[in-house]
Design a protein around this ligand. Structure first.
Ligand code: NAG
Ligand code: NAG
Length: 422
């Protein structure tokens, strides 16, 4: 593509990888250079409610290279929607690789870090939460319960969530998320070039009805014995068993010295539980020799299942977009790639994230240390105080919006509820 800039580093790759790179079809690659705004369209979604967040073109507070910039959400409690167009293509008979890097510089407590691929004609100025999409992929964090990689595929007009749990990264550093979809209907999810999940579209999403179902006509045979244990027919109640009393007179009890039989009546000792008493007699249980196991209906071919050899195909992919709600801003996207070549994607990740990750980590640790020292020097203005102030601000925001008095927890609950709606 016109804006694809090959880094000098590519020259140092092996001949084999160069061949792989040369054969890669790159549908879209965005490293966010100075021209990025010519390619991306900011949506007007939520603008009239003053809830459309601004993007910051930056390398962030910590990075491995100050010139390697991306786009970062910069306002709290805002919706974000931005997209870019590429020449329409179909992934039929080809592998589809969708990759990008994301860094949550804020300590993210509720917000997405995912991207979408859209198909067909989309009015980019109106792109928002209701715009249909084909694939939604990337990390999502909200509260303690949601910390996962979304992989939602739209099939026949319905969004289908992946059924497997794929945990996402939760630290404040850059990570690369890769989704690979192959013509044999298998997929892989990678984080930082490591495969975290792989499998089949047939088993890990409910795109199609199941191939096999339990035979609805099948009935458990009358003589099917599914009792694992039965009372031992040989076991007999011991003679005299029922003569054992539940309670007996306390053998240790003594008639009080001052007991007067004439005045007080005949003395009877108090009763206690009989240690010999074992409850009503029950025969002991033995393994049932006729046990056949739990009955299960046999599986039959599902008459509603119709295979779709194009299950993995998205015929009109044309846009990539970010559409998010963020409670706390600071999520930075970079190095967006759509290609047919996992090897090319791997190299791009190595060349960007891989090359800078150690320096970024060092810069992050430095920033943490500095913050810690500053809060030590000036204990009044500690982190906690700042956080409390922020929360107080959040409250007034919420109040002005809802006209109701909220506390911080309720604001948070609202945010999470809003997040769940999305
Ligand atoms: C953009 O990010 C940089 C680096 O973190 C920061 O210094 C700057 O204040 C940010 N600008 C806006 C408008 O948020
Ligand atoms: C597609 O959706 C329609 C309407 O919901 C439904 O009737 C049809 O069976 C679906 N086809 C497949 C292959 O899922």
């Amino acid at each position: 593509m016109a804006f694809r800039v090959l880094h000098p580093n590519f020259l140092s790759l092996t001949l084999l990888s160069l061949l792989a790179v040369a054969s890669a079809k790159v549908y879209f690659e965005e490293r966010f250079d100075d021209e990025w705004e010519n390619r991306w369209v900011k949506s007007d979604w939520k603008k009239d409610e003053n809830l459309a967040g601004e993007w910051n073109y930056t390398s962030g507070k910590w990075h491995g290279d100050p010139n390697d910039k991306g786009i970062q959400t910069s306002e709290d409690h805002r919706f974000y929607a931005i997209s870019a167009e590429y020449p329409e293509f179909s992934n039929k008979d080809k592998t589809l690789v969708f990759q990008f890097s994301v860094k949550h510089e804020q300590k993210l407590d509720c917000g997405g870090g995912y991207m979408k691929l859209l198909s067909g004609e989309v009015d980019q100025k109106k792109f928002g939460g209701d715009t249909p999409y084909s694939i939604m992929f990337g990390p999502d964090i909200c509260g303690y319960s949601t910390k996962k990689v979304h992989a939602i595929l739209t099939y026949n007009g319905t969004n289908h969530l992946i059924k497997k749990d794929v945990p996402c990264e939760t630290d404040q550093l850059t990570h690369v998320y890769t989704f690979i979809l192959r013509p044999d209907a298998t997929y892989s999810i990678l984080i930082d070039n490591q495969e975290k999940q792989t499998g089949s579209l047939y088993s890990d999403w409910d795109l199609l009805p199941p191939k096999k179902i339990k035979d609805p006509e099948a009935k458990k045979p009358e003589d099917w014995d599914d009792k694992e244990y039965i009372p031992d027919p040989e076991d007999k109640k011991p003679e005299g068993y029922d003569d054992i009393l539940k309670e007996i007179p306390d053998p240790d009890a003594k008639k009080p010295e001052d007991w007067d039989d004439e005045e007080d009546g005949e003395w009877t000792p108090p009763t206690i539980a009989n240690p010999e008493y074992k409850g009503p007699w029950k025969p002991k249980k033995i393994k049932n020799p006729n046990y056949k196991g739990k009955w299960k209906a046999p599986l039959i071919d599902n008459p509603d299942f119709k295979d779709d050899p194009d299950l993995y195909v998205f015929p009109n992919l044309k846009y990539v977009g970010i559409e998010l709600w963020q409670v706390k801003s600071g999520t930075l996207f970079d190095n967006v790639l759509i290609t047919d070549d996992p090897e090319y994607a791997k190299q791009l990740a190595e060349e960007t994230w891989g090359k800078h990750k150690d320096a970024e980590k060092a810069a992050f640790e430095e920033a943490e240390k500095k913050e810690e020292e500053e809060s030590k020097d000036d204990p009044v203005d500690s982190d906690n105080e700042e956080d409390e102030e922020e929360d107080a601000d959040d409250d007034s925001d919420a109040e002005s919006k809802t006209g109701a008095s909220d506390d911080a927890t309720e604001t948070k609950k609202e945010d999470e509820a809003l997040h769940d709606e999305l």
